[in-house]
Design a binder for this molecule. Structure first.
Ligand SMILES: Cc1ncc(COP(=O)(O)O)c(C=O)c1O
Length: 410
């Protein structure tokens, strides 16, 4: 999940503003634009960290599931992690034969277990009951793990926190011990564990604290397992601190417990590669404030609404001479992004560009009020934009089962 992005430098922001000033006119808005070179550089960076740590790197495809993005990332990772049959099939179709597909979900559907076994190499059951119900239905090639809730919380907002009270995500260490009894995990067919307990966290000491908790509570299980997946939740970017603690944690899992270690970040690959580009449709004067209505909506950036964060906008400056309330174009009164201020006034037709929105937005976007989903563009190294996918009224109506061709003028 997303939350407000870390700070890009002032120079980087000014370069980006220039790029979008040049290409803005050639983008049909609203549009998500993803910067290929940025994703590539994140891949290189994350690969270096994984290699230094001696762990295997997966991309959690739920963050952004575009085919060309998956193809861009695939050569840099050992596999993909998925949260549904759809994501697993998508992952399998993009990965080379040696790439592995890993799945965990609280909502494993009985009618999909066979297919999941066909497309995945690893499954981490989310609960003891899910494991007991389905463990004998999987094919022999599958590595079976349990998602463990380490019960170490680092997040203030329980809506983000996989370790919140009564969390549905993962079995408690107590439940795992009880289920496995005195026997080794391997004797139950369990070869590994998955944990995931953070979100956009800068401090890698939190990995270490989580691993230490697991070592003290599930040391026996770790000793008898083959692998551990540390999940995602860390950005490994310029704001990250205590990277050494991450290396130490991985080293401890490998050297003390003989484990193969995976990490499966999502946001770290794509968050800061994504922009939502929109156009001002109307400016409404209301007393001392001006409301700018964009041709997008919070439904194109659902996490900003769900989690009440204010997306960053290029050229927004503190104390800027021209302040605006920036709002979306649906009938929902709360379809408002926030208050922003610029050095130059907005006009109808001006472009407004939100940045740091590459993860968990397109994949969650919806079409309330019949607004089409934003178009999708890739941004190349020379500032050229390529339309990858545009959405049409016809597609939208067919989605709901209308026979659209006549009505939309085809
Ligand atoms: C099990 C699991 N792994 C990995 C991720 C990716 O997390 P992030 O995008 O924060 O790195 C998530 C995100 O929800 C997750 O639930």
């Amino acid at each position: 999940m997303n939350s407000n992005p870390g700070q890009a430098t002032a120079d980087e922001l000014s370069d980006l503003a220039q790029v979008f000033a040049q290409i803005g006119a050639s983008i049909a808005t609203p549009a998500f634009v993803y910067e290929d070179a940025f994703i590539r550089s994140r891949c290189e960076h994350l690969k270096q960290i994984a290699e230094k740590a001696g762990c295997r790197l997966l991309y959690s495809v739920k963050a952004l599931t575009l085919p060309w993005v998956l193809e861009l990332i695939a050569p840099h990772v050992q596999g993909f992690s998925a949260s549904s049959l759809f994501e697993a099939i998508t992952a399998r179709n993009v990965l080379p034969a040696e790439g592995t597909v890993h799945l965990t979900t609280p909502g494993l559907r009985p009618d999909e277990v066979n297919k999941i076994s066909e497309y995945c190499d690893y499954i981490s059951f989310n609960s003891i009951s899910q494991w007991l119900r389905h463990k004998d239905e999987l094919s022999d090639h599958m590595e079976i793990g349990l998602r463990v809730n380490p019960e170490v919380s680092f997040l203030d907002d329980p809506r983000y926190d996989p370790c919140r009270a009564y969390s549905k995500l993962g079995a408690s260490t107590h439940a795992v011990k009880e289920a496995l009894g005195q026997n080794s995990a391997a004797s139950h067919g369990v070869s590994g564990i998955l944990i995931h307990n953070n979100c956009n966290a800068p401090d890698l000491r939190e990995v270490m604290l989580t691993v230490q908790k697991l070592e003290s509570e599930l040391g026996h299980v770790l000793d008898n397992s083959k692998w551990i997946n540390l999940g995602g939740g860390y950005l490994f970017d310029q704001d990250s601190t205590n990277l050494d603690a991450f290396y130490e944690a991985v080293d401890s899992l490998k050297s003390r417990h003989g484990l193969e270690v995976f990490i499966e970040p999502g946001s770290a690959f794509v968050r800061d590669a994504g922009f939502l580009v929109s156009t001002v449709l109307d400016l409404i004067e209301d007393g001392d404030k001006t409301i700018a209505i964009l041709d997008t909506s919070v439904n194109h950036l659902p996490e900003s609404f769900e989690y009440e964060w204010r997306p960053d906008v290029l050229l927004d400056i503190e104390g800027g001479r021209f302040p605006y309330i920036i709002a979306g174009s649906t009938c929902l009164a709360g379809d408002v992004f926030g208050e922003y201020a610029f050095a130059e006034p907005l006009e109808t037709g001006s472009k407004v560009v939100m940045y740091g929105v590459g993860a968990y937005n397109l994949v969650k976007a919806h079409t309330f009020n019949g607004l089409l989903l934003p178009s999708i563009y890739s941004l190349g190294v020379n500032g050229e934009v390529t339309l990858v996918k545009g959405f049409t009224l016809e597609e939208q109506s067919q989605r709901w089962g209308f026979e659209a061709s006549a009505r939309f003028g085809n």
